[in-house]
Design a protein around this ligand. Structure first.
Ligand SMILES: Nc1ncnc2c1ncn2[C@@H]1O[C@H](COP(=O)(O)OP(=O)(O)OP(=O)(O)O)[C@@H](O)[C@H]1O
Ligand SMILES: [Mg+2]
Length: 420
């Protein structure tokens, strides 16, 4: 098979790494890829939002399966465009991608199908939104409806702050048209967890659990980031919680998809808030998570391409997925200053000094004059799969110091369970 992956993050490197192990694959392409992906796939330099160019490439190169990593091309309808050309694609079409493209759409779906979630209101008018604040206790959560690169959610500690957030999003249009509508939401307490599921149009099959670390610094200090580390499995997933999620969330999503005639094929990412072995849905995303993918795929023993083809054909069964009992950890190395301003173009040294049982999943890297240099906020994830989380994390932290570039930063407490 000739396979194409779209995206350039650590998630896409992990997907390419796993696909590259499949005996079904004879040629792997990636658009646009990064310095790490370049070692295992032929990278082609189109922008991920250039639907026409990507579709043209897939057609001209007789691609048998395209896997769409990031949300932007999914929401823009890359899957629809590829399917129109008779091409196979892993990832939902534009209609189904609304689960990530519109928070209001997702919330309405959850309520309609009895999926537990926070109380909320949807507003298209600033005055109405401000007026409605009286109905909510503080803190109040204000969310831009559309895609805002993970920055469109504001947790407000007072009504004045919430009013400012509404004006910022709806009138000053901080996130552009993503703020045409907003969702105002009740604040939920508990522990967050994400559950990634393969969805084949009918079956919704959860992958192994993972826990990510969103804050920039040790001890969960600093700003929110795209994710600074992750490990799998997540000990919060007790059997009772699993049963609750199956009975109240997964089965209701399945009913909703059927009733609404939504043909979802790809990965549904369910963001959860957990308390007392019960869960409420915070949000849906319509693709693999980053960095969850970097710890989940190393634990998948089945052939990923075979699984993805079954998803595309609507023939996925629970039994198709075989998971390793081993545990995995990933620690993200970022550019100094991230998630605020940071410099690019720093030469990365020491990549050849890493032990063989360590996996390096590149994110913001690029090859320049034969050298790997930084090209983004999150630069790469250092990952390992071992008998248990403890062993994996020790191996990672024994190796990570060999990687050196100016101003690098990483958390030293990823998967450190004893302090929890
Ligand atoms: N109702 C809520 N109560 C408490 N915290 C919340 C609530 N809604 C969102 N959050 C916090 O804000 C974060 C981002 O919210 P959400 O997942 O809806 O936005 P997002 O920008 O789409 O995120 P992502 O980039 O992960 O897709 C959540 O991970 C959670 O920490
Ligand atoms: Mg989201």
């Amino acid at each position: 098979m000739r396979v194409l992956v779209v995206g350039n993050g650590g998630r896409e490197h992990a997907i390419c790494w796993k696909i590259n192990q499949s005996i079904l694959v004879e040629k792997l392409f990636c658009i646009p890829g990064n310095a790490g992906i370049q070692e295992i796939a032929e990278c082609v330099d189109f922008s991920i939002d250039d639907i026409q160019a990507i579709t043209g490439f897939a057609k001209d190169n007789a691609i048998d399966l395209t896997i769409i990593g990031p949300e932007i091309p999914l929401v823009l309808g890359l899957a629809d465009s590829l399917k129109k050309e008779g091409l196979k694609v892993f990832g939902p079409d534009k209609e189904a991608a609304k689960f990530e493209g519109s928070k209001a759409y997702s919330k309405d779906f959850m309520v309609k199908y009895n999926i537990p979630t926070a109380q909320y209101g949807v507003f298209t008018n600033t005055d109405n939104a401000i007026h409605a604040l009286g109905r909510f206790d503080i803190p109040i959560v204000v969310k831009a409806d559309g895609l805002a690169a993970g920055k469109g959610v504001l947790i407000c500690e007072s009504k004045v702050e919430a009013e400012e957030a509404i004006i910022e999003i709806m009138q000053k249009r901080q996130f552009g048209s993503a703020g045409d509508q907003i969702v105002i939401e009740e604040f939920l307490t508990g522990t967050e967890a994400s559950l990634l599921c393969f969805v084949d149009g009918n079956n919704i099959i959860p992958m192994e659990s993972a826990r990510d670390y969103k804050k920039a610094y040790d001890g969960d200090k600093g700003l929110n980031t795209g994710g600074m580390g992750c490990f799998s499995p997540n000990p919060i997933y007790t059997d009772r919680l699993k049963a609750y999620i199956d009975n109240h969330i997964i089965s209701n999503i399945r009913t909703g998809l059927k009733e609404e005639n939504i043909d979802f094929r790809g990965v549904l990412f369910i963001g959860l808030m957990i308390e007392n072995d019960q869960a409420k849905v915070l949000e849906f995303n319509v693709r693999f998570g980053d960095p969850e993918t970097q710890v989940i795929l190393p634990r998948l023993e089945s052939d990923l391409v075979e699984i993805m083809m079954k998803v595309v054909e609507g023939k996925l069964q629970e039994s198709d997925l075989v998971w390793s009992v081993k545990e995995a950890v990933a620690v993200v190395i970022a550019s100094g200053g991230y998630p605020n301003n940071y410099e690019k173009g720093k030469i990365i040294n020491g990549l050849d000094k890493i032990d063989d049982d360590i996996m390096l999943f590149h994110a913001g890297t690029i090859l320049k004059d034969g050298k790997v240099v930084t090209n983004g906020g999150r630069v790469m994830a250092v990952a390992c799969i071992e008998e248990n989380v403890e062993k994996a994390r020790n191996k990672i932290y024994n190796n990570i110091g060999n990687i050196i570039f100016d101003n690098m930063q990483y958390r030293t407490d990823i998967a450190k369970l004893s302090d929890d």
